[in-house]
Write a protein that binds this ligand. Structure first.
Ligand SMILES: [Fe+2]
Ligand SMILES: [Fe+2]
Length: 255
């Protein structure tokens, strides 16, 4: 079974679909991941499983793969990193930023319906929403992730590749929404606005529940101090604009 540790989980799940259920029961949502080709051994680390939990999960996976054929479960020596009671301040701030992005996303279906009723009347609001996505969600929040936080980790790791691809796919959707708005093509606006919301909602959930906890417990105290200082520098560079964007997203609840 040792060789399976190096295999992408998606490939294994395709060959043995019950693995998705087994991982799901262990609180590991590979079936809902858009692109993930994480290797089995990475999953054990990212989800912070200790030796006993790894052994248990690999045993269940082996049973699904080998059926009644005997197999040997590789011994994984891992201690779980000590859980911190909460995120370190710079990551906690990014989690808070997610709440404002999610509020904007929650308003997208209402915004699209309003555009269909009154394109010219609602166009300025839709453009403000795009401005929020481009400047707050992307240039401010995603830039902190891409230029600072993610830089402490292996850029070739599958989990980071997935997250960066989500950011890129989001930008493509936003470009398509802007084009649709400019030409009055509301079908295009609707398709890409809703797809953006769905993409980012899943992305944020994976960051809050999997990526950030893994990063938070992997960073040394020295790195956390440095991360704090570098994020504070970016935040100062943006001045009061993030607060203004957050207030805008929070005000969209009644559309
Ligand atoms: Fe992200
Ligand atoms: Fe994020």
């Amino acid at each position: 079974m040792q060789s399976y540790l190096e295999q992408p989980i998606k490939d294994l799940m395709q060959q043995h679909p019950t693995l998705g259920t087994i991982l799901g029961e262990a609180g590991i949502g590979c079936t809902t991941c858009s692109l993930g080709t994480c290797k089995v051994k990475d999953i054990l680390e990212i989800h912070n499983l200790d030796s006993g939990q790894s052994q248990q999960l690999l045993t269940r996976m082996g049973q699904a793969i080998y059926g009644s054929t005997p197999f040997e479960v590789p011994r994984i020596e891992r201690k779980t990193a000590p859980a911190r009671s909460s995120f370190c301040p710079p990551i906690a701030r990014m989690v808070e930023e997610h709440t404002h992005i999610l509020r904007l996303i929650a308003a997208i279906p209402g915004l699209v319906a309003a555009l269909r009723r009154d394109l010219e009347g609602i166009r300025p609001l839709a453009e403000q929403a795009l401005d929020f996505i481009r400047n707050y969600a992307d240039r401010y929040h995603h830039a902190k992730e891409e230029d600072i936080l993610f830089g402490y980790f292996d850029p070739q790791s599958e989990i980071l590749r997935v997250m960066l691809q989500d950011h890129q796919d989001g930008r493509d959707h936003v470009r398509a929404v802007a084009e649709g708005l400019a030409t009055g093509d509301l079908d295009r606006v609707e398709q890409h606005f809703l797809a953006y919301g769905e993409l980012l909602r899943g992305h944020i959930q994976r960051e809050n529940e999997i990526l950030y906890p893994w990063m938070d417990r992997s960073l040394s105290m020295h790195q956390i101090g440095e991360l704090y200082a570098r994020c504070a520098e970016v935040e100062q560079g943006f001045g009061e604009r993030p607060r203004t964007y957050e207030a805008f997203a929070d005000s969209l609840q009644n559309i």
